[in-house]
Design a protein around this ligand. Structure first.
Ligand SMILES: [Zn+2]
Ligand SMILES: [Zn+2]
Length: 446
């Protein structure tokens, strides 16, 4: 709470209306923003890969501890026993009232930064496979961490204006969608007070800094990773009559799988089946024994996901059988469980409540409804199948003139995960901290 002007804060608190709460956030932000921007730049220059967020989590924990939170580090248990869970849970109890959780992710990506910014990352590290890779906060999780620290500062200073239990979660390994599962497996909701509400934000690569966008209801899709092993009977390329060619069977299967979305699925239930990888064979004159397809499936509804998985298996087996492949060489469908994420469902009532409040804080014109995405996030897992009302909103992060130029020219801006992704720190953090502080206050105010 350094640099807080206590008489000024006290004075504001005596007249604690919504308007004065906003003034108090604004004046605290004026005092804190320079420090927060330098925190952001420091984090940006020191990214850590998923499963390796050691220094980031320690820094985050220390910041929250200094603000009076009770902090637990190293929360998270992965299936791989050699990986350490670097989750951070910070709790501030403030009398009776709702338990509100706010989540940030902590990890960065194996991307070589090419923004040319003075604080650009030059970090190299070893990935889980032991290869040397460049590392960059190319998804803006450094914005999220800094935003959380700023929000924590505001809420700690405004403690007499809210009641209940505030829990801040630093979640590791979002990019590998293993982190939410790992913190839950480590007893997240039994070791710490279970949330009544869950909030998060994510920076947006094509929305102006100063704005917030949101999608009520299904906002992001579930992701399911599937390997499909198509087996045939290999042999000489000159003698097809003695083989069952898995390359041809794979080709037919790929085309037939396109009919799941176009002919079996309701157009009112968005879904994607993408075959992103196909591998088979070693040489032009050898018919191989097998071909491996790697698929990603995106859906909002669980029943649609189940239907698609059943259809893939049925179609693959049917085509193999039609080609004369014996039953004991039938295709094998394998769902890679630890690579998946459930859909993200923004509770419509909670979304309306907090976006209305954010609109009053940053201007209703700056809070805009946006379409849902078929991309995925593991934040949804923390809601335990939509049991806990939760909302993730998007935080505009780009220089407004760049967004305007992109809309005019039709040339897209660098996306999340791009080596050129470049959030504009100060206005993004100001808006994000104000928005998240307002959202929490809406749920916890006295
Ligand atoms: Zn990402
Ligand atoms: Zn992200």
């Amino acid at each position: 709470m350094k640099k807080l002007n206590f008489p000024a804060v006290l004075c504001v608190m005596l007249f604690a209306t919504a308007a004065s709460a906003q003034q108090s956030i604004d004046s605290m932000l004026d005092r804190e923003i320079a420090q927060l921007v330098s925190t952001y730049k420091m984090l940006h220059a020191a990214p850590e890969l998923s499963h390796h967020e050691e220094k980031t989590s320690a820094f985050f924990a220390a910041q929250l501890r200094a603000l009076g939170f009770t902090v637990t580090e190293r929360v998270g248990k992965y299936e791989r026993a050699d990986l350490i869970g670097y989750g951070v849970v910070a709790v501030m109890k403030n009398g009776d009232g709702p338990t509100v959780w706010v989540r940030t992710d902590l990890d960065a990506l194996p991307v070589e930064e090419k923004t040319g910014l003075p604080y650009a990352s030059t970090v190299k590290a070893k990935n889980d496979a032991g290869q040397d890779v460049s590392v960059m906060h190319a998804c803006g999780h450094d914005i999220h961490i800094t935003n959380m620290i700023g929000t924590a500062k505001m809420l700690a200073a405004m403690k007499d204006q809210w009641h209940g239990t505030l829990v801040l979660l630093g979640q590791p390994a979002e990019e590998t969608v293993t982190g939410a599962r790992a913190v839950l497996a480590d007893g997240l909701y039994t070791r710490f007070p279970k949330p009544d509400f869950l909030l998060a934000l994510h920076d947006s690569p094509d929305v102006e800094a100063g704005k917030v966008t949101f999608a009520p209801g299904y906002a992001m899709a579930s992701a399911t990773s599937v390997d499909l092993l198509i087996r045939g009977l290999g042999g000489h390329g000159s003698k097809p009559e003695a083989t069952k060619d898995p390359v041809v069977i794979a080709a037919q299967t790929i085309l037939a799988l396109q009919t799941i979305i176009s002919r079996e699925n309701s157009p009112l239930d968005p879904a994607v089946v993408t075959i992103g990888s196909i591998h088979g064979g070693t040489k032009r004159n050898i018919i191989p024994d097998e071909v491996v397809l790697q698929l990603t499936i995106r859906t909002y509804k669980e029943e649609v996901r189940q239907h698609i998985l059943t259809s893939i298996e049925r179609i693959a087996k049917g085509i193999a059988a039609a080609a004369g492949v014996p039953d004991d060489r039938a295709p094998i469908l394998k769902v890679i469980e630890n690579e998946g994420a459930p859909s993200l469902y923004n509770d419509p009532q909670l979304t309306e409540r907090i976006t209305n409040a954010i609109g009053r804080a940053i201007g209703a014109d700056n809070v805009v409804k946006s379409p849902p995405l078929m991309a995925s996030e593991d934040f949804g897992r923390l809601s335990l199948d939509h049991q806990i009302p939760s909302v993730m909103f998007w935080l505009g992060a780009i220089e407004p003139s760049r967004v305007a130029a992109s809309r005019k020219s039709g040339k897209p801006l660098p996306s999340l995960h791009s080596s050129l992704f470049e959030p504009l720190p100060e206005p993004t953090l100001r808006t994000g901290i104000k928005a998240m502080t307002t959202a929490v206050m809406e749920l916890m105010k006295k």
